[in-house]
Write a protein that binds this ligand. Structure first.
Ligand SMILES: Nc1ncnc2c1ncn2[C@@H]1O[C@H](COP(=O)(O)OP(=O)(O)O)[C@@H](O)[C@H]1O
Ligand SMILES: [Mg+2]
Length: 391
């Protein structure tokens, strides 16, 4: 078969896509199957199945080690690229065996980000930034026998943009409302915001990473309580916010930068956390957690006031990601973003998809855009993703 014939086999009006990813929290591999009809802003999307697979501890440890500038090793990074490909392919195969869909047209894999540096450096006559997601798409395509789209972030770099956040595409397609001004807030390892004014056009959308979602909270929960995260925000609920420490932490220059902008673990590192611990000397673990939760909430609220409120009042804040389960965080967000109504995505009466599946559906939707020959980039004409064909 020629390549053109292979491409012609891809259905045009309706596609079934599997989205797969591991986020900055490295807490699990999300796999979702979506039916996608049409493309662009009128795409209709239905989630057919979703599952999160655990990441084997040895692989998780290796990923986290290689996200750290001082601990990463070239041989391990190269190997991890293939290992994550194998792991994702294995999860996809287990997912398909369990849910037995009638048809799958493509897999769209985000991979695992280990490094993201949108800042341009001048080297010779070139100015380059970079982003690196591991999980080789050829491995996934060949193990599963399914056309695989991957490397969604790099194309925007060619246009001087950041390849992140990508969530605004799906937020715009699924959540724009005829009369309400909405803020979509996803709180994963990093938090990101999409502001959609009522009846928004693509050009109206304001979006940016806001800063630490759970990443610092998780580090504190691990360090002081031996838990992977502060379940329901219970430890933080027992603490008191230390205002002077909070003010100091809010001086982080990233919060002042104009959107669009993106960040990741490269900024909120172990060394960053150690610096916070030195500033927090004498603080009880519960107070520290409360202050870190306040940092997540206040960094979001400050930037919503600064970058969104001048353009539109906010009626609703719809929260997704693991952070939506942190009750202390949700309470602080409600207080700080008042009078906007802050709610979990799953509390929304007519939520188009469950919150937990949002990012898996996002990548399925992005894959669908590429196969439609359309740019899913909010700010550039870049076609997002690269294609690997199975044998
Ligand atoms: N019940 C819970 N209570 C508080 N926080 C939670 C809870 N469940 C998950 N989380 C937080 O959510 C994070 C995972 O969120 P997720 O949206 O998967 O992020 P990512 O996209 O970075 O993988 C966990 O690391 C943890 O901090
Ligand atoms: Mg996750």
């Amino acid at each position: 078969m020629t390549l053109a014939e292979r491409l012609n086999q891809i259905p045009v009006d309706e596609r079934f896509g599997v989205g797969i990813l591991s986020g900055t929290s490295v807490d699990g591999i999300d796999v979702g199957l979506a039916r996608l009809r049409g493309s662009g802003e009128t795409t209709s999307i239905d989630l057919l199945a979703f599952q999160t697979f655990p990441i084997p501890p040895a692989i998780r440890a290796r990923i986290l080690k290689n996200c750290d500038l001082n601990a990463a090793r070239l041989d391990e990074l190269s190997q991890l690229n293939f290992l994550v490909g194998e792991l994702f392919a294995d999860c996809a195969l287990r997912f398909l065996k369990r849910h037995r869909p009638q048809r799958v047209d493509f897999i769209a894999s985000h991979g695992q980000t280990v490094w993201h540096n949108p800042k341009r450096e001048t080297i010779g006559k070139f100015r380059v930034g970079s982003t690196l997601q591991l999980g080789n798409g050829n491995v996934i395509a060949h193990r599963t026998g399914i056309l695989t789209i991957w490397d969604f972030r790099s194309a925007e770099f060619v246009f001087g943009k950041e390849g992140a956040p990508l969530a605004p595409h799906l937020d715009f397609v699924l959540f724009r409302h005829p009369t309400k001004n909405r803020l979509l807030l996803n709180i994963g390892g990093i938090s990101n915001i999409t502001a959609l004014k009522a009846n928004a056009k693509k050009d109206d959308v304001i979006f940016f990473d806001a800063g630490p979602g759970n990443v610092l909270i998780d580090k504190a929960a691990q360090r002081f309580f031996g838990k992977p995260f502060d379940r329901d925000g219970k430890f933080a609920a027992k603490g008191r916010v230390k205002d002077d420490l909070l003010r100091l932490l809010l001086q982080e220059p990233f919060y002042q930068k104009q959107p669009p902008k993106s960040t990741g673990r490269e900024l909120f590192t172990d060394a960053y956390f150690q610096r916070i611990l030195r500033l927090a000397k004498g603080l009880s673990p519960n107070d520290l957690l409360a202050t870190l939760v306040a940092l997540t909430a206040e960094s979001v609220a400050t930037q919503a006031r600064k970058f969104v409120l001048p353009k539109m009042p906010i009626d609703e804040v719809i929260v997704s990601g693991g952070g939506a389960k942190n009750k202390t965080l949700m309470k602080m967000l409600s207080e700080k973003l008042s009078p906007a109504r802050v709610m979990r995505q799953d509390e929304l009466g007519d939520a188009p998809i469950p919150a937990k599946a949002k990012e898996a559906v996002l990548f399925a939707a992005l894959g669908n855009e590429l196969l439609s020959g359309k740019s899913a980039s909010m700010t550039t004409p870049a076609l997002l993703g690269a294609i690997s064909f199975p044998p």
